[in-house]
Ligand binder design. Sequence first.
Ligand code: DI6
Ligand code: FE
Length: 380
Amino acid sequence: MHGGTYSIVERASIVEERGRVVSVGPGGAPDEHTVNAHGALVTPALIDCHTHLVFAGNRAREFEMRLNGATYEDIARGGGGILSTVKATRAASEAQLTASALARLDAMLSEGVGTVEVKSGYGLDVESELKCLRVARSLARDRPVTIVTTLLGAHTVPPEFKGRADDYVTLLCEELIPRAAREQLADGVDAFCEGIGFSPAQTRRVFESARTHGLRVRLHADQLSNLGGAALAAEFGALSADHLEHTDDAGAQALARAGTVAVLLPGAFYFLRETKKPPVDALRRHGVAMAVATDCNPGTSPNTSILTAMNMACTLLGLTPEEALAGATTHAARALGLEDRGVLAPGRRADYVLWDAEEPAELAWTIAGRKPRRIERATG
Ligand code: DI6
Ligand code: FE
């Protein structure tokens, strides 16, 4: 067995100009602008391509209930779960939501993350969803980070639409998606296609509306059961299909054909104590790019650490440390449709991180506590 190659350049220097990489190569004559990395490992800034960063309250009680025997689906069907966070989030002001999201974002940034995808999905009425998206957008004004926003209005059916899921989907398609697009609050649209979420037919309506309004889609697919979510995402040219625990070989093939990235979320797999793993071998065999993200959310992955997610992707799902690093850099960039980052190459953003590490596998090797030596962020 051997380690990965990581496309490492030994004794390299990076030349940058106006926030862009001009060249990466061995040697180079230092001048007064040169920063000596003293043999550090340099990676692109990390990317967390799936988070639910904006929410209020916590779900510790439900964690306790699950450990006393209730299942995640039992709690959701009993009006808890996502809906308990919806109640707290609706009641919170933009300032309160911003403060709690910033605390979580700061933890992410401290590990060298430079780009974060943030979903709504705990508002579930037009004004509350737009409020959460505005909060998400505002984070990029408060911190040196790129925020990609995703409208997840189709997260679950809100209480006022109980038993009328199709009517709620109509509200999403005819009011919320058009407004989020018009006000430029959402960069994309997501849905939770699941027994406790939305059916494939309802998801299809959401995706058709997104397409009409010029928004790319991604999907919470096949997390708790196989409803053919991966193939549905692929059919709509989704940027990513996420979770995929119950995806079968045909689903993996569909993702490959569509060039849709598979986003693996080992934090939720761990926290829900799942046993069914995403089909990593099939994804590899069919050549599907695999990304890794925290899924930071109060119900199934209360985790802000991308490095811990990388470790879990290896220990729980069987990725190699090299795949985990690609999953939080180049493949995560693809999952967000961002072509200017995720690798250090000419023309890409000069966002990079210096690590006190001798081996790149060290980044996925440690479980928690690692911090970069230095973080360089592109300006301009
Ligand atoms: N799948 C998840 O793991 C999160 N959302 C989703 O669709 C969980 C969200 C929550 O429980 O609050
Ligand atoms: Fe999620």
